[in-house]
Design a protein around this ligand. Structure first.
Ligand code: BGN
Length: 377
């Protein structure tokens, strides 16, 4: 009898201590952790649809996937679908961006069931008002690409866009050329579809507010106005780097981007100058919505600062009509239509022209254009 009583006493003391600890934690602002523990002990009494609704409500603030639960595959794309509303009802504002370890492409795929091969999407229950292609120049940044895809797919779906994602991968190890890869992306995307807007997008920039619309304006748009690395401010007035949006007409009017900036820096400034030389001006979203988080990284191998950029920039006025889309040369190595994006691998040559890449273990494949590759341009 005595033994039983003292056992009860210990149990009560133990529970009492637990309660005090939880009260303290909660007072110290550890609400999340306390709720987490409470949830563990609560009976799992939700039906799956209730669970969906509850998830939508509790994770809504900042979760880029929150507004997409109700979209279903079942809707067919008929001829008589109504246009999507001018302002998408799925837009939610600020997005919480973090980079959890362990994210896989399979998980991104699972969370985006309506995305089809080549990274294409159309809203399931209305006709999109805009068709946007995203062009991402790329080499050795698979880790960043995974996060970008994780955030970008639902971001674009919330905006009810019809869209496609093109990753333009520079083959070989020669110095990186961001602007030339953009030119390739423009041509490759436009040969597939009549896109009305192209977003030229760095792989390491994640948009943090879905009111930053991925549609084109009457003039070229610089979307990445507020990046965390610049304290969410424009670093200088003419800055045109990171993410920009041009219609095909804008692009061709300025003869595209320069092909001859090899290595880091200056090409975005050249593009900014081209905009005004072609008689256009730069528009931007507000500082509140044009926010981006940059995935931290060291300077890339094969993308050293370009020492020639200062001289080149001084001459843009003389060179822009002789260097750009009208002089673009490249070879497509492969076109792979992957579940979350189209991966277009290209040989863009070197400063001295478009000659075969140096021997590498894959040299045979790289030199022989793939079966579906286009001929030399
Ligand atoms: C600038 C670079 C840009 C770069 C931004 C932000 C040049 C040219 C010098 C006259 N421009 O300085 O290319 O995007 O910094 O990092 O280096």
């Amino acid at each position: 009898m005595v033994g039983l009583q003292s056992r009860w006493r210990y149990l009560l003391m133990f529970l009492g201590i637990q309660l005090v600890v939880m009260a303290l934690l909660s007072r110290e602002g550890y609400h999340k952790r306390v709720t987490y523990f409470i949830r563990i002990f609560r009976k799992p009494d939700l039906t799956s649809s209730e669970h969906h609704n509850r998830t939508a409500v509790t994770v809504a603030a900042g979760d880029v996937y929150a507004n997409l639960f109700n979209l279903s595959k079942s809707h067919s794309h008929g001829d008589n679908m109504p246009y999507c509303p001018e302002t998408s009802p799925l837009i939610g504002g600020p997005i919480h961006v973090s980079f959890p370890s362990g994210l896989t492409l399979a998980e991104v795929q699972r969370k985006n069931p309506l995305v089809i091969r080549g990274g294409r999407y159309r809203p399931p229950n209305c006709e999109a008002r805009h068709k946007t292609a995203i062009i991402i120049p790329h080499r050795n940044r698979e880790h960043h690409l995974k996060f970008l895809l994780y955030y970008l797919h639902p971001f674009l779906q919330r905006q009810q866009l019809s869209y496609g994602i093109y990753v333009i991968h520079q083959a070989g190890n020669y110095t990186f050329n961001r602007a030339k890869l953009m030119n390739v992306g423009f041509r490759e995307a436009m040969r597939e579809e009549d896109w009305d807007c192209l977003f030229f997008h760095d792989v390491d920039l994640i948009p943090e507010d879905d009111r930053n619309l991925y549609t084109c304006d009457a003039n070229p748009k610089h979307a990445a106005i507020a990046m965390d690395k610049f304290g969410y401010k424009l670093p200088y007035k003419m800055y045109f780097g990171g993410v920009s949006a041009l219609s095909p007409l804008h692009y061709l009017k300025m003869n595209g981007f320069p092909n001859n900036y090899w290595g880091w820096g200056g090409e975005d400034d050249d593009i900014g100058i081209r905009v005004s030389l072609a008689g256009m001006y730069i528009t931007r979203p507000s500082l509140k919505t044009g926010r981006y988080k940059m995935i931290k990284h060291k300077l890339d191998k094969g993308n050293d600062e370009n020492p020639k950029r200062f001289n080149m920039l001084a001459k843009t006025r003389q060179t822009w009509k002789q260097d750009g889309m009208n002089t673009l040369e490249y070879e497509v190595v492969s076109r792979d239509y992957l579940p979350l994006y189209a991966n277009i691998t290209v040989n863009i040559g070197t400063e001295t022209g478009l000659h075969p890449l140096p021997q590498s273990p894959h040299a045979k494949d790289e030199q022989k254009p793939a079966a579906n590759a286009s001929a030399r341009r």
